[in-house]
Design a protein around this ligand. Structure first.
Ligand code: SF4
Length: 206
């Protein structure tokens, strides 16, 4: 049987387990930072996350079902979140022309201001990353992209808008060089995207 990464005897003799345990600490930091930010503005963490998402994504993605997939939540939960944000005058709903049951969610001016402020909640995490040298940053990015690709392939996280799962992405024979067929340009490792506005999904087994 696999040993738990949280079994300290095992963890302390395994670099792989120490890395997984470290990722858990980082995820805890996100949770704490988001919680603090939410409390400060009398919002819930998911309300803050939705506001930040609305600020940074196109109208095709600003819909209840897309946001539910984005945050791995039910449509009912996201509908409740949207209702509360509307009551707080932070968003408005714009019915779609061809389907009046569906609507695009827009930030109001008040919502945009709040989203801009709260979107800085993860700044502290950037401080140590800024101090890495360029090659270490690239190595860290590539490792994280690989982890995310695996989590997506195994169905643990749903939506991806990263190069590795995009129909426009091509790599050379060694899987080293990267090319974007849409932008018609080579991509350096550091230019690989994690959330690309032009992303288009490729086959499930990318
Ligand atoms: S369209 Fe965006 S996600 Fe797709 S390969 Fe090009 S840069 Fe990457």
């Amino acid at each position: 049987m696999n040993k738990s990464v949280f079994d300290l005897d095992h963890q302390n003799s395994s670099i792989e387990s120490k890395i997984v345990a470290s990722l858990e600490r980082v995820s805890e930091a996100f949770r704490v930072l988001l919680w603090n930010e939410s409390k400060h503005f009398s919002l819930s963490p998911i309300q803050v996350q939705v506001l930040i998402f609305l600020l940074n994504h196109s109208s095709q993605k600003r819909k209840v079902s897309y946001i539910a997939d984005e945050f791995n939540m039910t449509k009912a939960t996201i509908s409740d979140t949207i209702k509360t944000l509307e009551q707080k005058s932070l968003i408005s709903k714009q019915p779609e022309q061809n389907d009046t049951r569906s609507f695009v969610i827009n930030l109001t001016d008040k919502g945009k201001n709040l989203a801009l402020q709260t979107s800085l909640f993860a700044t502290q995490l950037q401080v140590p990353i800024n101090k890495l040298n360029d090659q270490d940053k690239v190595n860290l990015l590539l490792s994280l992209l690989d982890i995310i690709r695996h989590l997506n392939r195994t169905g643990i996280i749903t939506i991806q808008r990263m190069c590795f799962s995009c129909q426009y992405y091509e790599s050379d024979k060694n899987g080293q060089g990267h090319y974007c067929k849409l932008l018609q340009t080579k991509l350096a490792d550091s230019e690989l995207r994690i959330d690309c506005p032009e992303y288009s999904h490729s086959s499930p087994n990318f």
